[in-house]
Design a protein around this ligand. Sequence first.
Ligand code: ZN
Length: 207
Amino acid sequence: MSDRFAPSKIVCVGRNYRAHAKELGNEVPSEPLLFLKPPSALIAHGDAIVLPRESARVEHEGELAVVIGKRARRVRPEDVAEFIAGYTVANDVTARDLQRKDVQFTRGKGFDTFCPVGPSIVRARPSPDASITVKVNGAVRQHGFLRDMVFSIDVLVAFISDVMTLEPGDLILTGTPEGVGPLVHGDTVEVSIDSVGTLTNTVRTEA
Ligand code: ZN
């Protein structure tokens, strides 16, 4: 992923896998639950996730990311495919304690380095049967299938485009399957999605 990759916004979807909503004690929402991560949170494949001193509980959330290819406003689900440039892998890193404390997600999801994305953008949409797996130091933490999304890619992009104009390069993180867990100094976290790639990042405390 280029250093100049600079989305105008990163739109995230919460509770889009039933089992993950449940593990955090939440219901599946009746409409997609949206929040934003700031572009300043972006890091690339191979970069370090930095644990901020404000949080005692930072967790991984492996997710499929959609990269917008064409300005999109009030797009219908059946037309969404032509507005997508490709797909990549993301980690919606979350300070779970701060997310709970604040209720609003901005701080818990918004720290610098909390949005690793990469390693590359693939054009073809992954199959619904593609699996998404997160490993920490080689041990499987999260495992699920894209078909388990509550709201599909097409429904999500259409829904978001009814709220805000999507620009080329904008990223949409489509939610995480169950198994989220903590990251600590020295960890290596890998997010893999069949046919899309494996995103690898190290973890360190703030200097
Ligand atoms: Zn997430």
